[in-house]
Design a protein around this ligand. Structure first.
Ligand SMILES: C[S@@+](CC[C@H](N)C(=O)[O-])C[C@H]1O[C@@H](n2cnc3c(N)ncnc32)[C@H](O)[C@@H]1O
Length: 237
């Protein structure tokens, strides 16, 4: 595949709302939190910035986007400029967050933790949250243990170092220090799960990216009963 990954596909196709449930689920989750215009919020791994823009539009909160991929960053910045929204996008990794301790009231992280060193990123989330701050995440989770071959296929395709069961997430969040941990699986049908998905295509993209899209579809179908996601919410003490 010439070294191109699923995340390269998302960046070049400029997929907005690149998480299960899309922006509809995001708005639902946020409506359960006490967000005000004084809230300081990090969209960790913000992609093209659909969620960050929604948060600003809905709550007028102070929103920051953190993203590692330069193509995503450019697309997010363009979005905020076009919409004239005062949202800063910072280039960096959620494994080493370029913010001071106790900065944020909320961190929203939609389908990003799954792709990184999870213990390192969760430790960083804990560090940069204020006391009482909340983490809201939407992350890939398996419903049952995989055979070694199946696990390898999924890990190789998405370039993951691990795939967690619900109880693995719980243990990891607890050992990081988080409290009020809840893990939920919201139901939605495959057809109407992500009506708000958007595309912002790069001018040039490699034909192999269509092959990646194809393989993603194949994996989603093949593992439809096992490869799932959970909504994770928890608080810093
Ligand atoms: C599946 S996409 C989700 C994007 C966005 N949250 C959304 O829901 O549309 C995963 C995103 O995580 C970003 N990402 C991957 N590793 C990262 C890291 N270590 N730090 C920050 N962002 C990262 C990717 O570039 C990509 O934009």
């Amino acid at each position: 595949m010439g070294g191109l990954t699923y995340l390269d596909f998302l960046a070049k196709f400029g997929v907005g709302g690149a998480h299960p449930g899309g922006i509809q689920l995001t708005t639902d989750l946020l409506s359960n939190e006490r967000i005000t215009k004084d809230s300081i919020i990090l969209d960790a791994g913000c992609g093209t910035g659909q969620t960050a823009a929604y948060i600003y539009q809905q709550y007028k909160a102070k929103v920051f986007g953190l993203e590692i991929n330069p193509i995503m960053i450019e697309k997010a910045k363009n979005r905020f400029q076009t919409l004239q929204m005062p949202i800063q996008v910072i280039q960096g990794s959620i494994e080493k967050i370029p913010f001071e301790d106790h900065t944020f009231d909320f961190i929203i992280c939609e389908s990003v933790l799954a792709f990184v060193d999870k213990p390192a990123a969760l430790k960083e989330f804990y560090r940069v949250l204020k006391k009482g701050g909340r983490l809201i995440a939407n992350e890939m989770t398996i419903n049952q243990k995989l055979s070694p071959q199946d696990e390898m296929e999924i890990k190789n395709f998405y370039a993951l170092d691990s795939i967690l069961l619900e109880e693995d997430w719980k243990r990891l969040l607890e050992s990081t220090g988080f409290l009020k941990i809840k893990l939920k699986q919201k139901k939605f049908s495959v057809n109407n799960g992500n009506q708000g998905a958007e595309f912002n295509f790069s001018k040039n993209f490699e034909p192999e990216l269509f092959e990646i899209l194809n393989q993603h579809g194949h994996i989603v179908l093949k593992y439809q009963d096992i490869l799932s996601y959970r909504i994770i919410t928890c608080s810093k003490n």
